[in-house]
Design a protein around this ligand. Structure first.
Ligand code: SAM
Ligand code: SF4
Length: 343
């Protein structure tokens, strides 16, 4: 039928589908200590609705890849069913999840059997005290067990997402990289974005990509990875031990996602659907388009696709707006926090 194009010449072929707003952690950069006003069950996409949306995206709108997220997608007991149904309809569609890993070890085999191919696990530290401070929960052992399970399930490349916070875990960046290289995981550091429910983010308080590279160079030498980045959010760096010669064989790669200081909006290929069925053309959008009402009326697949296309056509140029960026004082944080949008 067409593609999800926008006025600025970008095409979205990568769907981030949020399945739930709830979570079993309370990361300070994402959620408030007491949680949020959760969506009611009847406000959330059912498994069939989530599968129908993804199917329309793939069949009619050129979606090539689906990532399930949240909140915490593993909190949904029907995640295996959702992945399995979509896999049945589109056996070659790459599907992945972004998860905090809690409970993963018990479900990973069923998820892989259902058709899951890739997984990103969020882990900001391997120090139990820092983990408890950052997530407001003592659950590091569960996350590590989940990661072990993912490794044993033989998934191709497990990626770790880590947010660095000044004075909290920034001094552990090199240690976390060392651990990930050792375990065979690909670590990606993410700049903290103004999407926390507490609205505590400040430009001066965040750890920039430049600072991340400095912190890592205390223990490693980094050299830009040569493969083209395409629309990937992470800039990849080859990692060499100590102050070694970067012409030797790298220990592995590390990714840096510099959404604030080195934005990549120009090559953005993402479209987002929230757990309550709203289209968000950008993480930082102030506008959303309701798809759930159409899904629950007798709208045809083509009509739903048209609503989606129209919502994406007006995707803002950068950071939710056409004129200002995250790095400017005029930037206004969206009402929804990261967990309620789907990261
Ligand atoms: N609960 C799952 C998890 O943590 O992986 C999936 C949802 S979470 C919102 C998705 C990703 O967003 C995580 O990697 C998390 O670290 C990241 N994230 C959350 N809030 C953020 C913020 N304010 N800035 C940057 N990344 C953030
Ligand atoms: Fe939950 Fe993920 Fe947000 Fe942490 S980042 S509170 S694990 S949704």
């Amino acid at each position: 039928m067409g593609l999800l194009e926008d006025r600025h010449g970008r095409i979205a072929h990568d769907l981030r589908l949020s399945l739930i707003d709830k979570c079993n952690l309370r990361c300070t950069y994402c959620m408030p200590a007491e949680g949020l006003d959760w969506l009611k069950k009847n406000e959330m996409l059912t498994a069939d609705e989530a599968v129908r949306i993804a199917d329309i995206g793939v069949r009619l709108l050129g979606i090539r890849e689906v990532r399930f997220t949240g909140g915490e997608p593993l909190v949904r007991r029907d995640l295996e069913h959702i992945i399995g149904s979509l896999h049945q309809a589109h056996p070659n569609l790459p599907m992945s999840i972004t998860t905090n890993g809690i409970g993963l070890e018990k479900r990973i085999d069923d998820l892989v059997a259902a058709g899951l191919q890739r997984i990103n696990v969020s882990l900001d530290t391997i120090c139990p005290e820092t983990f408890a401070k950052m997530t407001r929960r003592q659950r590091l052992p569960q996350v590590l067990r989940g990661l072990e399970g993912a490794k044993e399930a033989g998934l191709h490349l497990v990626k770790i997402n880590a947010v660095l916070m000044n004075g909290i875990n920034d001094d552990q960046a090199a240690e976390l990289l060392e651990w990930c290289l050792d375990q065979g995981f690909q670590l990606r550091f993410i700049e903290q974005m103004p999407l926390d429910a507490d609205h505590g983010w400040t430009r001066d308080g965040m750890v920039t990509a430049e600072r991340m590279r400095e912190l890592l160079s205390e223990k490693f030498t980094l050299a830009p990875h040569t493969e083209p980045r395409g629309s990937a959010p992470a800039q990849l760096w080859d990692v060499f031990p100590g102050a070694s010669d970067p012409s030797s064989h790298p220990l592995g790669q590390v990714g840096i996602i510099a959404s604030v200081t080195e934005p990549f909006c120009q090559s953005c290929s993402r479209t987002r659907i929230t757990a309550d069925g709203k289209i968000r053309s950008c993480l930082f959008s102030h506008e959303e388009t309701d798809l759930l009402t159409a899904i629950r009326s007798d709208a045809s697949d083509e009509e739903i696709a048209e609503i989606w296309q129209a919502a994406m056509w007006v995707k803002p140029k950068a950071h939710g707006q056409d004129t200002v960026g995250l790095d400017t004082p005029e930037f206004v944080q969206p009402d929804r926090s990261m967990s309620a949008i789907g990261g």
